[in-house]
Write a protein of this length. Structure first.
Lengths: 114, 114
């Protein structure tokens, strides 16, 4: 069955430090992969998505993610974190060629220290 | 251009009651999906509507039902509410069902069952 795993429930980084959030997917073929951000009490905002092609994907707010088929991973990175990046981050996947039903991970809560 | 709008924002219901949540998709979108996000969890797919028909359904009981109107707006109905139905209900819209199309989320409806 298709699934998404985010191993880190909670991460704390200092402002200005680099960030990497982990995401692993389970699916026989290459899925479509997404990262969403959710601020407290808000809906989900799409940061970036991977469908095919270049495995390094650039998104909004200075985020990027790299698709690694050999590791079944799609980790999210940012070179320098800002205090406004504190939020919950969700990795999601959908089956390529099918309807756009999203399977979400359980999320990683990011705290940013001054 | 209005994004995905949901109403009401918050509501409190008693066990056994029924609730209706409403969603207007982003302009130009014709496909609406509903997700349930329990506290501390990732969103879970409930069902998807396209051309006024339920096209795909997640692992939710028949107490959860929906409808899509000719103007593409949608309703989510939950009957015989249980305490465990307390969650944030997110509506998402996209153009067509295709998995290559970006999905936009509303800010959600917070349902508390007491």
């Amino acid at each position: 069955a298709q699934s998404v795993t985010q191993p880190d429930i909670h991460i704390t980084v200092s402002e200005g430090a680099s960030l990497e959030l982990r995401c692993n997917y389970s699916y026989g073929a290459t899925p479509y992969l997404f990262w969403y951000v959710q601020s407290p009490g808000q809906g989900l905002q799409l940061l970036l998505k991977y469908f095919s092609g270049d495995t390094l994907v650039q998104g909004i707010k200075g985020f990027e993610a790299e698709f690694k088929r050999s590791q079944s991973s799609f980790n999210l990175r940012k070179p320098s974190v800002h205090w406004s990046d504190a939020a919950e981050y969700f990795c999601a996947s959908s089956k390529s060629g099918a309807t756009n039903k999203l399977i979400f991970g359980t999320g990683t809560l990011l705290a940013v220290q001054p | 251009d209005a994004g995905v709008t949901q109403s009401p924002t918050h509501l409190i219901k008693t066990r056994g009651q029924q609730v209706t949540l409403r969603c207007s998709p982003k302009s130009g979108h014709d496909t609406v999906s509903w997700y349930q996000q329990a506290l501390g969890q990732g969103p879970q797919f409930i069902f998807q509507y396209y051309e006024e028909e339920e096209r795909q359904r997640g692992n939710f009981p028949d107490r959860f039902s929906g409808h899509q109107f000719p103007n593409y707006s949608s309703e989510l109905n939950v009957n015989a509410l249980l305490l465990g139905d307390s969650a944030l209900y997110l509506c998402a819209s996209s153009f067509r069902q295709g998995s290559g199309n970006t999905i936009y989320f509303g800010e959600g409806s917070w349902l508390t069952v007491v």
